[in-house]
Design a protein around this ligand. Structure first.
Ligand SMILES: [Mg+2]
Length: 142
């Protein structure tokens, strides 16, 4: 049963594996990606509720570019950015581009979990609004 889907995107493989496993233990449908490109492949195949996205990634796509693409492909997906002290400015730019919030690395689970919950609540409220609007539209007769 999938009740909530999360995608973690980070180039640090140990961190990625640890976080994905921790969330999976909580029965959350969790996916991992080592790069922005890999993340977009997953997002194209299935709807994701929340993306936890590292800002600093080597290679083609950095976090901000990945964020832009995620928002283009799935505008209702909420994105939590992971940032080092040095890239807080970039996170603020990310929030302007529609990221839900950011977290400082090293990530503490007790900080991450409440933010995941808030991001999910926002996503859920949005989904409900759209569903209600569609139902109202389908059922109107005047
Ligand atoms: Mg990184």
């Amino acid at each position: 049963m999938e009740f909530f889907s999360v995608l973690v995107v980070d180039d640090e493989e140990d961190f990625l594996e640890t976080l994905v496993n921790r969330l999976k233990k909580r029965k959350i449908d969790t996916h991992g990606a080592k790069s922005g490109e890999e993340a977009l492949e997953i997002i194209k195949k299935k709807p994701i509720d929340i993306v936890i996205l590292d800002i600093k990634m080597p290679g083609g796509m950095d976090g901000i570019e990945t964020l832009r693409e995620i928002k283009r492909l799935q505008p209702l997906t909420e994105v939590l950015l992971l940032t080092g002290h040095a890239s807080v400015e970039t996170s603020i730019e990310g929030m302007k581009l529609g990221a839900f919030d950011y977290l400082l690395k090293p990530v503490k689970l007790e900080e991450l979990l409440p933010k995941l919950l808030s991001a999910f609540e926002k996503k859920d409220a949005h989904d409900q609004k759209i569903r209600r609007a569609k139902i109202k539209e389908a059922l109107k007769y005047w």
